[in-house]
Design a protein. Structure first.
Length: 242
């Protein structure tokens, strides 16, 4: 008996009702046919329609019953959907014309907006795509480097992390904030790739990746931004228990 999926899982998200959504490169979850996207209720797997025609690499849960997915696909169920789609609990929907490249990260904003981090490995560029009021707006991010992580803060700021050193026209080392009009740096940024970011409220942002410094702080692979400065999660490694 297959307890998990029969192929790699590349994205996970949990909805408000506690359901787990898994996306990746599989065609079966447990004993259930589920093509690249599946739902785990806590007791059983279920499919989301006919799934997608290529890999799902990102998932974000919206209002109850709504799930957004991003990836390499061009179809979700019976719908042509370029790299991003919405599941309403019963069927798939395209979001306009979609976006032109693989969506490696998704985040739901405070209102009805959705943010997608679209990356072209061939051109080595990344773009923050904003879905609002039924259309997409492109916010160029990194050039010559890729972004791979996305989070929305409680005040509505969007944080992106990756391997870039410029966000739009602003120098920003591996992590940047979008306020709806401009990109800004978070202090001196980080000295290595950022693969994950998550907002913790009260202006705090956690960043994880492969690095040794965040701003002026020595920080091994994980650090916190408090709205003003970076710090390591352990203030003094020498004080750690042996």
């Amino acid at each position: 008996m297959v307890a998990g999926t029969d192929g790699p899982v590349e994205a996970l998200a949990v909805s408000e009702d506690g359901a787990l959504f898994a996306g990746g490169e599989f065609v079966r979850a447990g004993q259930t046919p589920a093509v690249r996207i599946a739902r785990w209720s806590g007791e059983a797997w279920s499919a989301l329609g006919r799934g997608t025609d290529r890999t799902v690499t990102s998932i974000a849960c919206g209002p109850p019953g709504v799930v957004f997915i991003g990836g390499l696909f061009g179809r979700a169920g019976e719908v042509a959907a370029s790299h991003v789609a919405r599941w309403d609990g019963a069927r798939w929907w395209a979001l306009g014309a979609g976006v032109p490249d693989n969506v490696g990260a998704l985040a739901v904003g405070r209102g009805s907006e959705l943010y997608a981090l679209s990356a072209s490995r061939a051109a080595e560029t990344s773009t923050l795509e904003e879905w609002r009021d039924g259309h997409w707006t492109r916010r160029p991010l990194g050039r010559a480097h890729l972004a791979s992580a996305l989070a929305v803060g409680p005040a509505g700021a969007v944080f992106a992390g990756g391997d870039f050193v410029v966000a739009g026209d602003t120098r920003a080392s591996r992590v940047a904030a979008w306020d709806g009009r401009h990109w800004s740096s978070l202090g001196r940024g980080i000295d290595g790739g950022v693969f994950a970011v998550t907002s913790a409220g009260e202006g705090r942002l956690y960043a994880g990746g492969s690095f040794t410094r965040a701003g002026d702080a020595a920080a091994r692979n994980v650090a916190m931004w408090d709205g003003t400065r970076w710090s390591a999660l352990a203030p003094d490694s020498a004080a750690a228990p042996r």
